[in-house]
Design a protein around this ligand. Structure first.
Ligand code: ATP
Ligand code: MG
Length: 639
């Protein structure tokens, strides 16, 4: 339970505590920070923030070490507790590490990094799939005071190079080869290609994920061999609360990737608290976030949140359909997973394959199911709840961003009165005060309305700036609504005061004067029995202002005529929304362009439909560039 007593007020239940956390934010966060984190030196100032200036500082005067908070303090109380379960690509070959083992690994690596010249303030780029050595690399950086920059190990050499250059890393950590979905991926070769255009890189640490040797150059360091020579004790650096913990480049659904900066104390505290309360994590539970560590979700909920809480976390190296579409649920059964946290894109994919893959396995250990990354459409939510969770596990649809550091809006199943409405992110987390803005930039006070989602006061987990571009940070997040943090997303607040995310504001379209979120139309399209997935965008229309263009992917298992689906789509859209929500064009596609984190890149679809093929923008984060060609071809065929 939260340290109610130590807040020093007579807080009696959760809704009082929510009010207290927002109205007396400083007292709330000070109490929680003292209770939840181990400090080397206490902080003297809870916060010094001015959102209108883009100044965000928490717990100043305090010193701590994040790796000590994630490891040493648990080694003191329960050294043999399992810290990480590495669910390797090869099914049934998981590897478990205790807190003691993970600390030893981290210390050896910290010593090695130090011996090879990595200093406090440097930034180390990590290009590795989820594995214990990747976690140890992140924590070893934290131990010696270096920042880390984890780059998703599916990114191309160019995308990696751009991020290494922007972060000015002189050290890169990688593996010889990756293994995913049964395929070997030449990660070291990608690093070799990337660093050709990165003059700052002086050394590359190479761990061995497979037994296949790779060509080593003068810059390369055989990581395990060198680690074996190091001591298992490594003096932790005392870090200021506001020293950088890591940079993380956003997935790039909307434009040039930005390196968001997160700092030590506030980030860790927020990740730990949200992990415990959003998912109802209890000591002894096995927590599984299947996001890659290259995304913020992996940072906060595979690594920092669970480890700060002394939990057991699963690192998932594989894919949802390897070796078959039962992979997640077989893993749930084998590892006795209690909380499962995944993305709507994977849920939609698995739903296509039918229920039998879920029913095959025992899911009785599951207590909470989480969703993140995109709005979860009704059909996927219901399937997750009814089929995967047997109607027994709360589904927490968690809204947040790389910028927010941790979950900001989500149902909290630990609440005794936690009602959950399907497809709604529901309630703000402690200390979060969401507001909706109207088109004139004024705060909307009534319920049952939509607006631009902003957050009215700072919280410890928020990003501090954009690396190398503080001005872009203030312009993007602080200036659109002075004094508020602007999220770029739209939301609806129901009569009861619950929040539903309606999608990115760029994705709101205006058809004959009706403003409508593309997510809302997609939600209806996805409810058509033959539709697996869809993406809706607006295009300029001489009469209506904007028209609706829908890309539709059909389910593999169902044999239908496109004309029948078109009819069904139009029926559903006019019945469930309004006649004006019927698409003007429907393009049937084999697949949709997605970011490597699985999000649909509507930006690219918009450009194709607007025939602006020159200006497709940064495609480095696109999962498979060939999809764009297919989409262009399909668009030509349709018109
Ligand atoms: P970029 O900012 O570079 O375009 P990105 O926004 O996709 O990339 P992330 O920070 O990983 O990068 O994603 C955050 C965004 O994902 C949110 O702003 C929101 O649009 C969407 N999102 C995340 N969770 C949810 C959710 N539960 N419901 C609806 N949308 C969500
Ligand atoms: Mg974003």
């Amino acid at each position: 339970m939260l340290p109610l007593g130590s807040c020093g007020v007579g807080v009696s239940d959760r809704s009082d505590l929510q009010d207290f956390s927002v109205c007396s934010s400083d007292s709330f966060w000070a109490a929680v920070a003292r209770q939840r984190l181990s400090w080397i030196r206490p902080f003297h100032t809870v916060q010094d923030c001015d959102l209108s200036q883009g100044r965000i500082r928490w717990f100043e005067g305090g010193k701590l070490n994040v790796s000590v908070n994630c490891l040493d303090r648990h080694v003191h109380t329960c050294p043999e507790r399992v810290a990480v379960i590495w669910e390797r690509d090869e099914p049934k070959s998981e590897v478990k590490l205790s807190y003691r083992q993970l600390l030893e690994m981290t210390c050896r690596l910290g010593n090695l990094l130090r011996r090879r010249g990595v200093k406090k303030g440097d930034c180390v780029t990590i290009y590795m799939p989820p594995c214990p050595l990747a976690v140890a690399s992140m924590l070893a950086c934290a131990r010696i005071g270096a920042a880390h920059n984890v780059v998703f190990a599916g990114f191309s050499a160019d995308a990696l190079a751009e991020r290494i250059r922007d972060a000015q890393s002189s050290t890169v950590i990688t593996v010889n080869q990756g293994v995913r979905g049964g395929k070997v991926i030449e990660l070291k070769k990608t690093v070799d290609a990337a660093i050709q255009s990165c003059p700052t890189v002086q050394q590359v640490f190479v761990a061995m994920r497979t037994e296949n040797p790779v060509v080593m150059t003068a810059k390369d360091v055989a990581m395990e061999e060198e680690m074996a020579k190091e001591d298992t004790v490594c003096e932790p650096a005392g870090m200021d609360s506001e020293d950088t913990l890591f940079l993380l480049y956003t997935s790039g659904s909307t434009g040039k990737p930005k390196g968001l900066v997160h700092t030590q104390a506030g980030y860790l505290l927020y990740a730990a608290l949200t992990h415990r309360y959003v998912f109802s994590y209890h000591d002894g539970d096995v927590f599984s976030c299947v996001a890659d560590i290259g995304w913020i979700t992996g940072h906060s909920y595979s690594v920092y949140g669970p480890l700060a809480n002394g939990g057991t976390t699963v690192l998932f190296e594989s894919t949802p359909i390897y070796p078959d579409p039962g992979r997640y649920w077989e893993m749930v059964q084998r590892l006795k997973i209690n909380q499962f946290y995944g993305a709507p894109t994977a849920i939609r994919l698995l739903l296509k394959y039918g229920d039998k893959w879920v029913h095959k396995y025992d899911r009785s250990t599951l207590k909470t199911l989480g969703s993140v990354g995109e709005p979860i459409n009704t059909e996927a939510w219901e399937w997750y709840h009814r089929v995967v969770g047997q109607g027994r596990c709360p589904v927490v649809d968690t809204w947040w961003q790389t910028e927010t550091g941790g979950i900001c809006i989500a149902p909290r199943p630990a609440d005794p009165d936690a009602e959950i409405v399907p497809g709604m992110a529901m309630r703000p987390f402690f200390g979060i005060k969401p507001v909706l803005m109207d088109t004139e930039g004024k705060v909307v006070t009534s319920n049952d309305t939509s607006g631009a989602l902003c957050i009215a006061q700072p919280w410890p987990g928020m990003a501090r700036t954009i690396h190398n571009d503080p001005q872009r940070f203030t312009e993007t997040y602080c200036q659109p609504y002075p004094g508020y943090f602007f999220t770029g997303d739209g939301a609806y607040r129901s009569k009861e005061g619950y929040y539903q995310i309606t999608g990115r504001l760029d994705d709101v379209i205006n058809v004959s004067g009706h403003r409508i979120g593309t997510a809302e139309i997609e939600d209806v399209l996805n409810q058509c029995s033959a539709v697996a997935e869809s993406a809706v965008i607006g295009f300029s229309h001489s009469i209506k202002g904007q028209g609706i263009y829908a890309f539709v992917v059909l389910k593999k298992s169902i044999d239908v005529q496109e004309a029948d689906v078109t009819r069904q789509i139009n029926d559903m859209a006019s019945k469930k929304i309004a006649k004006y929500a019927c698409p003007d064009y429907i393009q049937f596609a084999q697949r949709l362009p997605k970011t490597r984190s699985g999000k649909i890149m509507r930006r690219v679809l918009r450009k194709v439909v607007d025939s602006e093929l020159e200006g497709l923008g940064d495609l480095s984060t696109l999962d498979d560039p060939e999809v764009v060609q297919e989409i262009i071809q399909g668009h030509h065929d349709l018109l």
